[in-house]
Design a protein around this ligand. Structure first.
Ligand SMILES: [Zn+2]
Length: 362
């Protein structure tokens, strides 16, 4: 092997290292124009070509490594900036939910914590195109999804994860919604409820505006700290969703669940929450609305007595009132309601989940 041949080999090697160096820089996503240092051509080497080649090759690699280390922080910062708002590609999160999604109900969803790796700083969700407001509860990401009456069978659960570097990740899951047959009933009530006067309708309008404004404001955090419980023993006298014909005239759907009770029987908070409304309402009679956080509310109506005040925090199981027959009723009972994401749902579904759900994964 002569010197000339060796020289060509050396130049090829340098060129090759330069390419490897620049590829390395691109792979780090530094975006900088720097690559491996390319030695200047100069006089023929004075030392043995073989040794010179290997020394130079080592130098080139060392320099590339040094620059890589130096740039690491900068590269990471640039990658973060480049990732802001961009989708990440990571393994799906474990998700568990209960009960099975059913028309007219709510179901709880928990996103399982990962033993390692980057944790999301926020999760937002959507089911049947309605928002799910996830919040942290006992260190777990938990949210309630609404499945209003009329929701079709095939629906998608969309989970959007946000990370501290601004990147995002989206995960979808197809879930089937069980349909439900709702009964209908004829009812007789005082004429002032089946054909309200203009004055009464105006009052009802004002109350609806008040209730709507209250339901539109969601507490940023979960206020619940236990699973939900029934406000009274679960003796249902009229189910949620029942179609109703009042005095053969007014049609409506039963927006709550009627539980048996006599005048003065205790009515307890289904979970910890804040009292948003505690007053007499035209159709609902004496009513209490509780805010449980993250867009979840329960209501207790037709009370003979209200035992809480607006703004007060109540604990799960605390007395909020007494059973009565105020408002549009045929007799004393408790009308128990649930709203999630602005939709009236069957409050009974709250009792079919533990909060914030167990560890079964999918
Ligand atoms: Zn009712």
């Amino acid at each position: 092997m002569n010197n000339h041949a060796k020289r060509i080999n050396f130049e090829s090697l340098v060129a090759m290292l330069a390419i490897v160096g620049s590829l390395g820089a691109a792979a780090c996503a530094s975006g900088s124009s720097g690559g491996a240092a390319v030695p200047e051509s100069g006089p023929a080497p004075a030392i043995q070509p073989m040794a010179y080649d290997s020394v130079l090759a080592d130098d080139v690699q060392r320099e590339a490594a040094r620059r890589d280390a130096e740039d690491l922080r900068e590269v990471a910062a640039e990658a973060r900036a480049a990732n802001a708002g961009r989708p990440r590609s990571i393994l799906p999160f474990g998700v568990t939910w209960a009960p099975a999604p059913e028309e007219g109900s709510a179901f709880g969803i928990r996103v399982l914590e990962r033993p390692s790796g980057r944790q999301p700083t926020a999760i937002t969700g959507e089911f049947a195109e309605l928002p799910i407001r996830f919040g942290q509860l006992d260190g777990a990401w938990f949210g309630l999804a609404a499945v209003p009456i009329g929701t079709e069978r095939d629906q998608t659960l969309v989970l959007s994860f946000q990370f501290d570097d601004g990147s995002t990740y989206e995960q979808t899951l197809s879930l089937a919604v069980e349909s439900r047959n709702f009964t209908s009933s004829q009812m007789s009530v005082a004429p002032k409820y089946s054909s309200p006067s203009a004055e009464a309708l105006e009052r009802v309008g004002r109350e609806r505006t008040l209730i709507r404004s209250v339901l539109d404001t969601a507490s940023a955090d979960w206020l619940i700290d236990t699973s939900f419980r029934a406000p009274r023993p679960m003796n249902t006298t009229s189910p949620y969703g029942q179609a109703r014909v009042f005095n053969g005239e007014l049609r409506s759907r039963h927006t709550g669940l009627d539980l048996k009770g006599a005048n003065g029987d205790p009515v307890r908070a289904a979970a910890r929450g804040r009292v948003l409304i505690a007053q007499e309402l035209y159709f609902s009679g004496n009513g209490v609305y509780l805010d449980h956080g993250r867009g979840v509310y329960t209501g207790y109506f037709h009370l003979s007595k209200i035992l809480v005040e607006v703004g007060e925090m109540v604990e799960a199981g605390q007395l909020v009132g007494e059973v009565g027959s105020t408002g549009r009723v045929t007799g004393p009972h408790l009308h128990w309601s649930l709203w999630v994401a602005g939709n009236s749902l069957d409050a009974g579904s709250l009792l079919e989940m533990t909060v914030p759900l167990g560890e079964t994964t999918r």
